[in-house]
Design a protein around this ligand. Structure first.
Ligand code: FAD
Length: 557
């Protein structure tokens, strides 16, 4: 089998993966970036709202305020020490991006800040109006392509981590650029960095791109890494509903700019559910919309930003405006039909403050990581911040602690000889069934019986996949196998969490347990001590809503 050796192997080319590569190159460390489709194809490029940061010239904000908002959104499971350190690094992180040439929006030469749900200050930087992710991603891609120290493999899919005695030596992958001649490759590296993004595609309704199939969690889990808090999947309250399904994200920033949620008859309803109304934490707004949809017997509610002057909508939300227009909705004068969709994975591969996983020489950064920043619910725009901060940190740690790559790979058995390119119908329908099951049984509202039903379905699909050889098809069969592993982990963790907290809502356990902690799916890697402090004050979003005696109070709040 072809073998390539690099000091560092990075899997994934989103903002996390590419920035890590560039920071390593800055320190003269060569690396390879292996990405399963193309450099520009990922969740990063889709980020609309922006990136949260506390900057010195923003007098309305402070580190303490940003930390407090993050803790509050995370419903008692956020690591305060980790959060403080990430927020404190936000200034340098943004400086890095500006230095690379990211064109953040400005007003009279000064950086423009906006506000999003559950933020108590204007601290979200954006670029190209609502094209923040694309602006950052394009800047990083330009630098990556120009940098001789970074080797890129596109249409090259990671199959399995090369792990022996709990030490990671690289990754086995398949290059499928030539569809008629698949090429298995072993990428050996001193260290391996997973930057594989999220898992929204496990759900039939999602804002995520097709690449977001939870591969990194499955790879790390199979390699023996700890997986943490994977039951916490954020469902974004507002995606455009058109042509019988969710089409794309309608950014929180629209509500930040005064957007109003209206029910079937046009009455604003968000304040019925939470004092912060449209700007309440995402999980609360999601369930409020879900409840309203049920009451109205409608597959969507309305989002209204018609109060904004049309020229402001055109400059602030040019992409959302165009995308909605393509579905016949003119957001300058029409209400927008919106519904919730799977959006973000709060949990993932458990890491410490340097992004090290419990497997030696294996790091995880970006959405695939579970650093403790998000707890049970992510604060909007903290994820891009986490990508940038941990890309910087991982590079620094690797530069300061270099590990030589081995000349030969450890023995990891993987049936590469059976790999083939294609999309058989049984595979397509198997994936569709998985996504439908996950949406129905492990989505916004969960229960023991639903989660058990999902587990049985997943087991049945797994049997079918093995029996019919579906897991040997590149790329979707590989993804299907990973989706099954990650989905099972979500079910297992969601069953184990017998409470409702943050984004995890159990109809059979509607209350929060004040003593509950993070979930860890697997215990290997003796001696690994992740930085985890329990927050001193438990903040319970659900309880505070009930205490406030707000009406209507759905039973699951
Ligand atoms: C529509 C949308 C809007 C968002 N808006 C915001 C926002 O405004 N602010 C914010 O902070 N966050 C936002 N987010 C979340 C944020 O964009 C993501 O969390 C973040 O971009 C993830 O970056 P990443 O580098 O970890 O992963 P990604 O950008 O998703 O990149 C993952 C990479 O891994 C590769 N990969 C995956 N599996 C494999 C494999 N097996 N082999 C090889 N390569 C693999 C993929 O091909 C891809 O290149 C948004 C997300 C979406 C979907």
């Amino acid at each position: 089998m072809k073998t390539e050796t690099f000091p560092v192997v990075i899997v994934g080319s989103g903002i996390a993966g590419l920035l890590a590569a560039l920071k390593l190159a800055e320190a003269q460390v060569p690396c390879v970036v292996v990405t399963k489709t193309f450099l520009a194809d990922n969740s990063s490029r889709m980020a609309q709202g922006g990136i949260a940061a506390v900057l010195p010239d923003n007098s309305t904000d402070s580190l303490a305020l940003h930390v407090q908002d993050t803790l509050q959104a995370g419903a008692g499971l956020v690591d305060p020490k980790m959060t403080y350190s990430v927020v404190a690094e936000s200034f340098e992180a943004i400086q890095d991006l500006i230095h690379l040439g990211v064109p953040f929006d400005r007003v009279e030469g000064k950086l423009a800040f906006t506000k999003e749900g559950a933020h108590s200050a204007n601290r979200i930087l954006h670029a190209g109006g609502d094209a923040t992710g694309r602006s950052i991603q394009e800047t990083l891609i330009r630098h990556t392509r120009e940098n001789p120290l970074i080797t890129v493999y596109e249409e090259c899919m990671a199959l399995e981590l090369l792990v022996e005695d709990n030490i990671c030596r690289g990754v086995m992958a398949v290059n499928y650029q030539d569809k008629h001649q698949l090429e298995p490759i072993q990428f050996l590296g001193g260290v391996t960095i997973l930057a594989t993004g999220g898992l929204g595609q496990l759900y039939s309704q999602t804002t995520n791109p097709p690449i977001a199939t939870g591969d990194g969690v499955a790879l790390a889990y199979r390699a023996g890494a700890h997986i943490q808090d994977i039951e916490f999947v954020q469902f974004h309250p507002t995606a455009l509903w058109a042509k019988g399904g969710v089409q794309f994200l309608i950014s929180e920033a629209l509500r930040g700019e005064g957007g109003i949620l209206r029910n079937k008859s046009g009455r604003p309803f968000a304040a019925d559910y939470h004092p912060k109304g449209e700007l309440a934490p995402r999980d609360v707004v999601t369930r409020a919309i879900y409840s309203q949809m049920k009451q109205d017997h409608m597959p969507y509610v309305w989002l209204d930003i018609t109060h904004l002057p049309p020229e402001k909508t055109e400059t602030r939300f040019p992409n959302i405006l165009q995308a909605c227009l393509s579905f016949g909705v003119d957001i300058r004068k029409d209400y927008i039909p919106v519904a919730p969709a799977a959006h973000y994975a709060m949990g993932g591969v458990l890491v410490d403050e340097w992004a090290q996983s419990s497997v030696k020489n294996l790091y995880a950064i970006g959405e695939v990581m579970s650093s403790g920043l998000h707890g049970a619910n992510r604060l909007a725009s903290n994820s891009l911040l986490e990508c940038v901060v941990f890309a910087r940190r991982v590079a620094q740690h690797v530069v300061e602690n270099p590990v030589p790559a081995l000349d030969t790979a450890p023995q990891v058995s993987y049936p590469v000889e059976s790999l083939q390119y294609g999309y058989p119908p049984a595979l397509i329908s198997g994936i569709a069934e998985l996504r439908q099951t996950m949406w129905q049984e492990t989505g916004i509202l969960r229960s023991k019986s639903g989660l058990k039903a999902a587990q049985s379905k997943l087991a049945e699909l797994n049997r079918l996949g093995q029996q019919d050889g579906l897991f040997s098809w590149v790329p979707d069969g590989i993804e299907f196998a990973n989706m099954l592993v990650t989905s099972q982990l979500i079910c297992e963790a969601a069953l184990g969490r017998e409470e409702s907290r943050g984004a995890h809502c159990r109809t059979d356990y509607p209350d929060i347990h004040e003593t509950s902690t993070h979930t860890i799916q697997r215990s290997v890697g003796a001696g690994f001590k992740p930085a985890r402090n329990r927050p001193e004050t438990q903040i319970s979003v659900g309880t505070s809503v009930r205490r406030a005696g707000l009406k209507p109070a759905p039973t699951w709040l």
